[in-house]
Design a protein around this ligand. Sequence first.
Ligand code: OSB
Ligand code: MG
Length: 367
Amino acid sequence: LRIDGASLRLVRLPLITPFTIATGTMTEKVFPLLTLRSGGLEGYAEGVMDPLPDYLEESVAGAMDLLDKVLLPQVLGRSFAHPDHLARLFAPWRANFMARATVEMAFWDLWAKSLNLPLQTVLGGQGTAIDVGVSLGIGPIAGTLDRVAQHLEQGYKRIKLKVKPGHDIALLQAVRQQFPDAHLTVDANCCYTLADSDLIRRMDDFALDYIEQPLAWDDIHDHATLQQRLRTPLCLDECIRTVDHARKALQTDAARVINIKVGRVGGHSAARQIHDLSQSFQVPVWCGGMLESGIGRAHNIHMSTLPGFTKPGDTSSASRYFTRDIIREPLECVQGRMPVPPGPGIGVTLDHDYLATATLSAKDYAA
Ligand code: OSB
Ligand code: MG
């Protein structure tokens, strides 16, 4: 399949409610949106990096530049028999997995469309809907209790609470007391160190499904040490950017659960390999999110239909995040189940009117 052309846009969507995690507050979603063309077909993907490099090392500005000057020129006018071949082309580059994923995922969509098959089918997944939970940002405890109640009533299968030092044990006491049977998890986004081991060990009292990424973004070794001190399984997010990271975490018992974000690990090919490797260690995986627009969410939903995704993912209803999305199809949960968009590729289409309003810059490329 030959890549004949591309469009790279920078898009901004306001968030309905600010989203606060240990590293800061987001009030809007700004992201690169890529279209790849072949014949009359288009494939879409978005980059999941943040404007500032405060989740991982990538930033929107850096990724836009790398896409424009390096990654797109590498693929334009070239033919690829399978999406796996793109990752090989990008193999010489260090890190920048979110920028690579933007191109790789758009090509998977294009490739599935060229075969007239849903993305889930070419990835090896099946089923018409996936289980999902919600990720609740940091806020006053009373308000969080209300939000937990609301989302459990809506049928969400798991509640993930964002925590940070000073907003952890008291929050868990309050939530667990009011919701004794809920599937609860916490996500620390790297805000603790091994010196906090005693505090983190107190989280063992709250029957959490897992504790997500308590320690540094690049420190698998310290997570292995921490896991030895805990009963609750650790789940790694930021630490897993490659298949090799997953292997090291699994071999050292640093992760008993893995959060796979397709956009964080370089795309679907690597996400699937991490899924397969985790299955061989009998470690469950789930699909995380980065407050994506409908394009990224559709990709995540398709990946989540692979058999090893046995824990609820973070791809909740788009209407929780945005008043209007850049796709035409609504992506809304029913009783904690998100339907898989049917049709070829990712199964969603761009709302060009709203996209024009939300676009900050755009550039077209011809092969
Ligand atoms: O760590 O999973 C994370 C959002 C932004 C940055 C990091 C994370 C998150 C979320 C939200 O938890 C997931 C979502 O609802 O898309
Ligand atoms: Mg996380």
